[in-house]
Design a protein around this ligand. Structure first.
Ligand code: DGJ
Length: 737
């Protein structure tokens, strides 16, 4: 591992665990990209890695060297307007109106460890040996400095990238586009993988072939969004879930983003990620700087599963922070789908009592406890308790929940304001709006302008006051609409397009302060389910409500897709009532449990209305989850059968020591006279024998992996093979040899 610089060739060789990344300073002092892929030995031969030659019509930077053109040159941080017609990594406009810049290499520094990114979430290290960082200093003679930051991880095939841009001239420079990373591949023999969807069906795995031109995913909604996730992967044509080369790009940011691939006329693929240039610009006054968010780039030679496992380890242990990063997450009961807004203390306590009887550990009071919030038309911003519903206040309710032996958690939507609220009466100008124009509503609410420091301070103070008022040990931080009429009356006209990013910086400041002040609280982020399921939020809150869609069949796709990037420990997964509130589908309590136990487990239904049989199943699920919780939340997650490919889904988690595993198999529709399906397990020790808990079966790890587990036979034995929506979830325990 490490970063080597070869001064004779002005070449950088970055070596992460199993991959190399190589670039070089060209004769015009620009950085060209030479290679990213499996590890290379030193020395690498730059000449054969780089193809650069003149073509008809190509631009010439040097009149004496016809062959030297940046038009097709693979680059590290390409500029606009002087020889490369592809998408630039950044665009700057000088006060003359000129948009021409050329970044030239000035020098570099290599540091042990990884510096923090000021004001932004990022992956971190706990000791300097875990990573090395390269800072490459570039500058344009008219007054723009750019520092490219690369961090290389010793124990993971991970390279992180970001850029810092600083104005060094006498006049302001306006940045029209500032992406975080640019990687130019020598070919485009890939499929592009993205996570796309909508409310209630977030992060569906979508793939497409690359072809000449642009292919992009983006958000311009003021949040990372349900519709697209700030992620893309390039998968070699011969790669699959378990083998072959895959390159992943994940942006640690929760706002508007762009992730795109441009294939040029020589089939070279240019990948770029960063803040969405749509409706963005940023003025740098002399001496000012802008730091871009970070892109986490993962190389896998073990297919998509290999890619995901690297992201899972990194995001679970080096992106998430705080006590709950490593502590077991409690099994919770949330009252949202049980009561919606219609509750009082007595009703809450009966549900909590029943939950406690079944072994549930945390009660979460969802929306509706504050102001006059009897529906979603009012009260966001009025963070004081509704005494009609809770006459003893939060303190009184929490104490009673604590007396039952459970922890107490609370829902907030701090970034929002209802036009029908006391806060709005006092501060009608605090929401994002254009003075004199319509304020477009969504879910009957407006967004507070977190770009304003006074609004940030208000949120910190209002939320902290509630958190101090009662023994609250969990917070669900919700956000239920996207941005419209983006404008900040506090900024001058030429800075208006900074608003959406300034909002994110404000939000990150608020989250840093609140989560820092209340380290004993487990925070879960939410945005109408998984509308802000991104690495930025995970830096502050180690788990996210995966989707408002709690249907067990739908959750197979949602959780499978989410697992491409995000660890099981980040996914909130709750059993809800049937018929399901989102789809009307009826699945068994067993299947609902089997799906959600591959997540941070909980319940979201009225436990006082269930039949005894269901209650007994819940009791068993809760007891079982407690036994496998550490394995599920910290083990290695492996996808086996994709719900996007057919009727069956399978996945498993294996403990790091390969002593235990938990396997889930799901069949959506019944088939008459079905095939004898066997599922080949993975990640086990071929030399160990595994007992399948609750059955008479004991099998070798080798047989389970190479011969497969006869799920058909097992499902029959367990009486779980008939009808639609069947599942088995099995614990495997290694036997002493
Ligand atoms: C959207 C969330 O995703 C739901 O779980 C619930 O908390 C509602 N908001 C409450 O308004």
């Amino acid at each position: 591992m490490g970063i080597a610089y070869y001064s004779d060739q002005q070449l950088f060789h970055l070596q992460a665990k199993d991959c190399s990344y190589v670039f070089q300073v060209q004769k015009n002092q620009q950085l060209s990209h030479l290679y990213w892929g499996r590890s290379l030995h030193n020395p690498v031969d730059a000449v054969s890695l780089l193809t650069i030659e003149g073509r008809p019509f190509s631009t010439q930077l040097d009149p004496d060297d016809q062959g030297f053109t940046t038009e097709f040159l693979p680059q590290e941080y390409p500029a606009f307007g002087s020889g490369d017609f592809r998408q630039p990594a950044y665009e700057a406009e000088w006060s003359s109106g000129s948009r021409i810049t050329e970044l030239q290499y000035q020098g570099h520094e290599i540091l042990a460890g990884k510096p923090k990114l000021p004001g932004l979430p990022a992956v971190y290290v706990e000791s300097a040996e875990e990573a090395d960082t390269l800072l490459v200093y570039l500058s344009d003679p008219d007054g723009l400095d750019v520092t490219l930051q690369y961090t290389v991880f010793a124990n993971e095939s991970v390279i992180t990238r970001s850029a810092l841009l600083r104005s060094t001239g006498d006049e302001p420079v306006v940045l029209k586009r500032v992406l975080s990373a640019n990687v130019d591949f020598a070919d485009s023999d890939f499929r592009m993988v993205q996570l796309s969807g909508a409310w209630g069906r977030e992060r569906m795995v979508c793939e497409r072939a690359l072809s000449q031109g642009l292919q992009a995913v983006e958000s311009a909604r003021g949040a990372s969004s349900h519709q697209q996730n700030p992620f893309l992967a390039l998968q070699r044509l011969d790669a699959d879930e378990h083998q072959g080369e895959v390159f992943g790009f994940s942006l640690v940011y929760s706002g508007n983003f762009l992730a795109q691939v441009e294939v040029d006329s020589f089939q070279q693929a240019r990948v770029q990620l960063g803040i969405n240039p749509r409706d963005f610009s940023w003025q740098l006054d002399p001496g000012e700087a802008l730091q871009t968010p970070e892109v986490v780039m993962v190389h896998s030679a073990q297919g998509l599963n290999g890619l995901s496992q690297t992201y899972h380890r990194l995001y679970r242990t080096r992106l998430a922070r705080g006590r709950f990063r490593d502590e077991p997450r409690p099994i919770l009961i949330n009252n949202w789908e049980a009561t919606y807004f219609d509750f009082d203390e007595a009703k809450i306590l009966t549900i909590a009592q029943q939950a406690q009887n079944l072994g549930v550990e945390l009660f979460v009071l969802d929306d509706g406890w504050f102001g006059e919030r009897d529906d979603d038309h009012t009260s966001l911003g009025d963070w004081f308790v509704d005494k009609k519903k809770l006459p003893n206040g939060l303190q009184g309710l929490a104490a009673k929940i604590n007396d039952l032996g459970m922890k107490f958690g609370l829902w907030f939507e701090p970034e929002m304001i209802s036009p029908v609220s006391q806060l709005y009466q006092q501060h009608p100008d605090w929401c994002i709006h254009v003075p004199g124009r319509r304020r477009t509503l969504s879910r009957n609410q407006l967004i507070l302008n977190l770009a304003r420091p006074d609004v940030q301070d208000y949120i910190i103070q209002a939320i902290s006051e509630v958190l101090r008022s009662a023994p609250i040990e969990y917070v669900k931080w919700d956000m239920n609409r996207h941005m419209t009429e983006v404008f900040n009356p506090e900024l001058p006209a030429h800075r208006q397009k900074e608003t959406a990013h300034r909002y994110m910086l404000g939000l990150y400041r608020v989250l840093e302060v609140i989560t820092g002040e209340f380290p004993h609280i487990l925070f879960e982020s939410c945005s109408g389910g998984g509308g802000r399921f991104d690495p930025g939020m995970l830096h502050y809150m180690p788990q996210t409500w995966t989707s408002d869609n709690t249907d067990a069949v739908e959750r197979l796709k949602i959780q499978y897709g989410t697992s491409l990037v995000y660890p099981v420990s980040s996914m909130g997964a709750h059993v809800s009532a049937v018929p399901n509130h989102q789809t009307g589908r009826i699945t068994s309590m067993a299947m609902r449990g089997h799906v959600n136990m591959f997540g941070n487990f909980g319940y979201e239904l009225n436990l006082t209305e269930l039949a005894n049989e269901d209650l007994e199943t819940i009791r068993q699920q809760v007891a079982e989850y407690k036994e496998i919780r550490q394995l599920v939340q910290q083990g290695t997650f492996i996808r086996l059968l994709s719900p996007f490919a057919g009727n069956e889904t399978a996945w498993m988690v294996v403990s790091t020591d390969q002593e235990q595993a938990f396997f889930g198999y799901y069949r959506v529709l019944a088939e008459p006279n079905p095939r004898h399906y066997k599922v080949k397990l993975r990640g086990l020790d071929p030399n160990k024998r595994y007992r399948i808990v609750g059955t008479s079966w004991t099998l070798g790890g080798d047989q389970l992996m190479y011969g497969g587990l006869n799920v058909y036979k097992l499902a029959r034995e367990l009486q779980r093979h008939r009808g639609d929506f069947t599942s088995v979830a099995l614990r495997l325990q290694s036997e002493a040899q």
